[in-house]
Each structure stands twice: as structure tokens, then as C-alpha cells.
Design a protein around this ligand. Structure first.
Ligand code: HEC
Ligand code: HEC
Length: 238
């Protein structure tokens, strides 16, 4: 009897949540407004998870951990390449990233700039010596709070603000620029690094340059799915 009651209660709670989920006006409400609705988190998860499994998991991983070896970012942490200045809110910025993609074929895609190659394959005027690249690698290790050679990092700092001009995209303190999709080089969290934060990975980023692409989902997925994905990804990121 008691078990029966518990089942009935659980069922009615489920049905109530379902009814609320069915009431949600995904199409007309802006994502910012959706975020304030009661029971939005489970409704967004229910809508987003199957879409994620079908469209995103192959690259970003079933657990959203990404893959530094392939330059696919982790979507489970709260560090985002693109954000602030380009939209009214962080949530809307994320919907926009999904809608237009990153360096995709979409006419409004997010593609302000790329990470230039400073190695032998780079443009002649950008090329740095191996010693200079090593100094910059040591600087990035220092910025991210890792073991480094202080004298080399000091030389790297001069290059960063000078000849190599890293400062123009990654900013005076190395914290990046979310209007450009330029990575925060001061972030301690290992998972936040798209290509990895080992000395080898950092050196490789500088030598070869980077220009990751994410497909545009506008037109492929309904806007309601994009909003649900943004709410779910942001709401569960840690
Ligand atoms: C013209 C803008 C620009 C300049 C100049 C620039 N970067 Fe970048 N950098 C970027 C962008 C954009 C990304 C992200 C690329 C991506 O996501 O595919 C990036 C990514 C990186 C990464 C990889 C971060 C990660 O998450 O794995 C490192 C390391 C890096 N830059 C270091 C440097 C250093 C050191 C310099 C100077 C030698 C420099 N960058 C100059 C735009 C720039
Ligand atoms: C073909 C592989 C691929 C697929 C499929 C894909 N992505 Fe991406 N995505 C990437 C790569 C690579 C990047 C990194 C772009 C860069 O370096 O700037 C990225 C970047 C992103 C970013 C920006 C991350 C940040 O830190 O700001 C988001 C958000 C994102 N993807 C979400 C999704 C979602 C949601 C889906 C499914 C609807 C999806 N992606 C499908 C490869 C993919």
C-alpha cells in the first residue's frame, strides 16, 4: 500500500513536471526569459540530451569532455571561448555560437581571427626562432600557474607584448578575449585548454597556429533545440 502510494506520488510529480515542460514556450521566449521559468532545468535537459547525443557527442564526447588531441573543447566546464560583448547575455552568446558555428560556412559565423603560426610554416613576417618560441612557451606556462623557467618566461613576456604581439588578441594579462574567441591563457583548470596546457601542446599551438571549427546548427536544428542546448550546457557546467 505504502509502496503503491509512493509510486502514485512519484508518478503525479512526473506528470506535473511533464505538464510544465509541455507548457514551455520554447519558440517565442528569449533564452534569458526561459532561464527564469520553474522546472526549466529538467525540461532543457530532456530536450537537449538526445540532440547532443545525435549531433555533438561524436566530436565533444558523450561526457562532454572534448579531446585536446583533436582540438575539441570540453563543454562540461564553465570556461567558454566566445561570450560577452557579442550578445546581450552569456546564454544568448552561447545560442549564437551554436546558431552560426565557429569558422563555419555560415555567413555570420564566429570568425574574427585565428591563432597565427609562428613556426617555420607561418607567414615570414610572423616567424620566430625556436629559442623565442621556447621563451613564449615558458611564459604561457607561467601565466597558467605551472612549472616554468623564470628567466625564459621573462624574455617571453617582452616578446608577448612586443614583436610577437600576442597581446593584441590575448590581452595585456593573457586572459584572452571572448569577442575574438581568443583563449584565456591564465586559466588554471586543465580541461579549459582546447589543445592542452602541457609544454608540448603549448609549443605546438605557437608553432603551428590554431583555427578550430564547429559546424553551424542554425537551420539544421530548430531554435528551440539551440535554446535548450544552451540552457542545459550552461546550467550543468562546473
Ligand atoms: C590574431 C590573434 C592572435 C594572436 C596574435 C595570438 N593568438 Fe593565440 N589564439 C588566438 C585564438 C583565436 C585562439 C583559439 C584558437 C582556436 O580555438 O582554435 C588562440 C589559441 C592559443 C593557444 C591555445 C590555447 C588552448 O586553449 O589550448 C595558445 C597556447 C596561444 N593561443 C598562445 C599564443 C601566443 C603565445 C601568442 C603570441 C606568440 C599568440 N597566441 C598570439 C588568437 C591569437
Ligand atoms: C565535427 C565536430 C564537431 C561537432 C559535430 C560539434 N562540434 Fe562544437 N566544436 C568543435 C570544435 C573543433 C570546436 C572548437 C572551435 C574553436 O577552436 O574555436 C567547437 C566549439 C564549440 C563550442 C564553443 C566552446 C567554447 O568554449 O566556447 C560550443 C559551445 C560547441 N562547440 C557546441 C557544440 C554543440 C552543442 C554541438 C552539437 C549541436 C557541437 N558543438 C557539435 C567541433 C564540433
Amino acid at each position: 500500500m505504502r509502496a503503491c502510494l509512493q509510486v502514485a506520488l512519484a508518478l503525479s510529480a512526473l506528470l506535473a513536471a511533464d505538464a510544465r515542460a509541455a507548457d514551455i514556450d520554447w519558440n517565442t521566449l528569449p533564452v534569458e526569459r526561459l532561464a527564469t521559468l520553474p522546472a526549466i532545468a529538467p525540461a532543457a535537459a530532456a530536450r537537449a540530451q538526445p540532440v547532443y547525443a545525435r549531433r555533438c557527442a561524436a566530436c565533444h564526447g558523450a561526457d562532454r569532455a572534448g579531446d585536446t588531441a583533436r582540438g575539441v573543447p570540453n563543454l562540461a566546464d564553465a570556461v567558454w571561448l566566445w561570450g560577452d560583448g557579442t550578445a546581450d547575455s552569456e546564454l544568448e552568446a552561447l545560442v549564437e555560437t551554436l546558431r552560426v558555428g565557429i569558422r563555419s560556412a555560415h555567413p555570420k559565423t564566429r570568425a574574427v581571427t585565428v591563432m597565427p603560426a609562428y613556426g617555420a610554416g607561418g607567414r615570414p613576417e610572423a616567424r620566430l626562432s625556436l629559442a623565442q618560441i621556447e621563451d613564449l612557451t615558458q611564459l604561457v606556462l607561467a601565466l597558467s600557474g605551472q612549472d616554468h623557467d623564470p628567466a625564459a618566461a621573462q624574455r617571453g613576456r617582452a616578446l608577448y607584448a612586443g614583436a610577437a604581439n600576442c597581446i593584441s588578441c590575448h590581452g595585456p594579462d593573457g586572459s584572452g578575449n571572448s569577442d575574438y574567441g581568443a583563449s584565456d591563457l591564465t586559466v588554471r583548470l586543465p580541461s579549459a585548454w582546447v589543445y592542452g596546457r602541457t609544454p608540448e601542446a603549448i609549443r605546438d599551438s605557437i608553432v603551428r597556429g590554431r583555427a578550430g571549427t564547429c559546424p553551424a546548427w542554425g537551420g539544421v536544428l530548430p531554435e528551440a533545440d539551440l535554446k535548450a542546448l544552451a540552457l542545459w550546457l550552461r546550467g550543468t557546467a562546473q
